[in-house]
Design a protein around this ligand. Structure first.
Ligand code: 6R9
Length: 647
């Protein structure tokens, strides 16, 4: 078993990292034994307006889940990411922006960031935004995305960032849920040489929901877009009309910082709510220790700011640490598949943090496009978003890292705010494919289906026994849904939705979701969302969606579709349905395979048996388990005979 393959901590890492193996054990033990003492001390890593005297006040009691950290402290997150660095590093680069076109780049110092954020904050204020108001941000990967997010934090507005790949319908649903009246967007985005009609998507979303009174448009491509008089304003016009200075709002540690929508097994995406103090402290601390970030290091997280990884590890973690954070507008294979490594050489990147799906896609192009670049500046490689298969891990390690750079495979979720299970590069021996050990303060537990805690080497469902500062506080506007989703399955514990194995060395191996969430190229979505998009099509009567193993995407989307009476399956209809889902949710949710099936396997009470559909999609139909409870067992033969070819 590949369990036995172990990479030792390199000697130079042991010597110079913040934490070596002995220190990890000592700090971890302390963090568990005395969370109040441990986190109380850590609180001083951020600047408070009023220092907290209380540390942890949390309960997972399913009748009354309540999570508060540092509740009597006050602070401002933007101040921590920008203003507090000015005395020492006003002239230091805060952001390196690398455009989609390799000829486009710029740097922004902390002083410039300070100036730009204040102007943006004043623009928001001038449009009536106040503390506690929700501001929706639908932006490409340009510096103004970061600036607008920090501007919200500065004035105490709650940002809700929507990934630029989402459709007008998805934007509309999120606008409606958080009732935001102000949207920040750009005329168009630019990715891989292609234009993304961001403003047009916002217009279409606004046509579906009322209530938006301001759309602020940053010029990216300069193309002419529809501008609704009285509602739509170009950012650069508004910026000319406001003062240069804007003070930071004093926020309570438990005041909301942002909402980020994420998919679960049922229903509409949930508005995951993060608050200010605990989140910021946790993002900052994990960024420093997991990436062993030292002053002057050039750090690059390739995620989009529309996902939690962008929030915590492009913006709040690195900037609170005074880091140099690279923001990349493009994609790994444009103009060529050497792009990632060329960016590393161009900006002398020391730490790169990316997703297994990108690694697997680049692997297909072989070593050539990597080896023609130097990559000498790289010291540490990171992975996030989905399990990294050992083959991809080894390729990342040997081909990209030239056997020189440790890999930190970081497991966490939108809900967790920051990294929970991860190696620390100076402390942890690495096993390819394992996220290894818990971060400070984190107590993973593996439970069986009945909730019994399993000890030692075992596998089951992954829970976390107690709270950590970066944890989400509620589902926006629906605390009961928060409780039902995360604290009811295994009362008294936070249930992650992931399956997990622990080996004899106490290493954790995340095996993927055990609920109806799929992870396609690191994009998390509920199968129910894709199903409801499909059944919204006039010709579809019923749909069931499952994931299946996909060489590059990790999981692909397999849809079983039953048509309305009288409709005939055809290639055209297949294409039409794929286009339909792209339009309804976004391009990343388009089914890879559609199987037209006259019926779906259902129990006599009418429940679709997804277990069977999953097995057929995985080509494991020799082993379907018990099918005797099916209303019509003959359906299964038809499904097997007409299954879609993966190649
Ligand atoms: C940060 C992020 C969360 C889900 C999570 C799990 C999967 C993330 C992983 C990983 C194995 C890792 N996941 N990191 N699985 N190893 N290192 O991705 O948040 O988009 O909310 O997704 O992603 O299944 O439950 P999010």
């Amino acid at each position: 078993m590949s369990d036995e393959k172990i990479y030792d901590v390199p000697a130079d890492w042991k010597a110079k990292a913040y934490v070596d193996a002995a220190k990890y054990e000592e700090m971890y033990a302390r963090s568990i034994k005395d969370p109040n003492g441990f986190w109380g001390e850590q609180a001083s890593r951020i600047d408070w307006i009023k220092k907290p005297t209380k540390v942890k006040n949390t309960t997972y009691d399913p009748h009354n889940v309540s999570i508060k950290w540092f509740e009597d402290g006050t602070l401002n997150a933007c101040y921590n990411c920008v203003d507090r660095h000015l005395p020492k590093r006003a002239g230091q680069t805060a952001l390196i922006w690398e455009g989609d076109d390799p000829k486009d780049d710029k740097t922004i110092t902390y002083k410039q960031l300070h100036e730009q954020v204040q102007v943006f904050a004043n623009v928001l204020k001038a449009r009536g935004v106040k503390k506690g108001d929700r501001v929706t941000i639908y932006m490409p990967m340009i510096a103004e995305a970061v600036v607008s997010i920090l501007a919200c934090a500065r004035i105490g507005a709650v940002h809700s960032v929507i990934f630029g790949g989402f459709s007008p319908d998805s934007i509309a649903g999120r606008l409606e849920d958080c009732k935001s009246t102000v949207i920040v967007t750009a005329d168009e985005g630019l990715r891989g040489g292609r234009k993304v009609p961001l403003k047009a998507n916002v217009d279409a979303a606004c046509d579906k929901v009322g209530g938006v009174n301001t759309v602020i448009v940053v010029r990216r491509t300069g193309t002419a877009v529809n501008m609704e008089p009285g509602r739509d304003f170009y950012y650069d016009d508004l910026a000319l009309t406001v003062p240069a200075e804007c003070p930071c709002e004093e926020m309570s540690a438990e005041d909301p910082l942002f909402i980020l929508y994420t998919s679960g097994s049922t229903g509409k995406p949930k508005g995951v709510l993060h608050t200010t103090g605990g989140y910021l402290l946790y993002a900052s601390m994990t960024h420093q220790y997991v990436f062993d970030y030292h002053d002057g290091d050039v750090y690059w997280c390739t995620a989009d700011v529309g996902w939690v990884t962008g929030h915590s590890y492009i913006i709040y973690g690195p900037l609170s640490n005074g880091a140099i954070s690279l923001v990349f507008e493009g994609v790994p294979n444009y103009p060529t598949t050497s792009r990632f490594w060329e960016v590393c050489d161009k900006h002398k990147v020391n730490i790169i943090y990316t997703a297994p799906t990108a690694i697997r896609a680049l692997m297909q192009g072989g070593e050539g496009p990597v080896k023609k670049t130097s990559r000498q500046s790289l010291r540490l490689l990171g992975s996030v978003g989905e399990p990294i298969n050992p083959e991809a891990w080894e390729w990342y390690y040997h081909v990209v890292g030239d056997d020189r750079c440790p890999i930190v495979d970081t497991w966490w979720q939108t809900e967790t705010g920051g990294i929970l299970i991860t190696p620390l590069p100076g402390a942890t021996r690495l096993k390819p494919g394992s996220a290894t050990r818990p971060f400070f303060g984190v107590v993973p537990e593996i439970v069986d289906a009945e909730g019994k805690v399993l000890e030692g080497a075992t596998s089951g469902n992954l829970c976390i026994a107690d709270s950590w500062p970066g944890q989400m506080r509620t589902v926006y506007g629906d605390h009961q849904r928060f409780i039902d989703t995360y604290f009811k399955t295994y009362p008294g514990k936070y249930f992650t939705g992931d399956g997990c194995r622990r080996d004899a060395d106490g290493y954790y191996w995340i095996t993927g979701r055990v609920d109806d969430v799929i992870n396609v190229s690191g994009h998390r979505m509920g199968t129910a969302e894709v199903e409801s998009a499909l059944v919204a099509h006039a010709k579809v009567s019923e749909a069931a969606v499952v994931g299946y193993p996909h060489d590059i995407k990790g999981q692909g989307i397999y849809a079983y579709v039953t048509l309305m009476a009288g409709e005939k399956p055809s290639e055209e209809l297949r294409k039409e349905l794929v286009q339909w889902v792209r339009k309804e949710i976004g391009p990343f949710a388009a089914p890879d395979l559609i199987q037209f099936s006259p019926g779906l396997p259902k129990t006599r009470s009418g429940k679709i048996m997804r277990r069977i559909l999953r097995k057929i999609a995985e080509d494991e139909f020799g082993n379907l388990g018990d099918t005797t409870t099916l209303a019509d067992p003959a359906v299964v033969d038809d499904l097997i005979n007409n299954r879609q070819n993966k190649k």
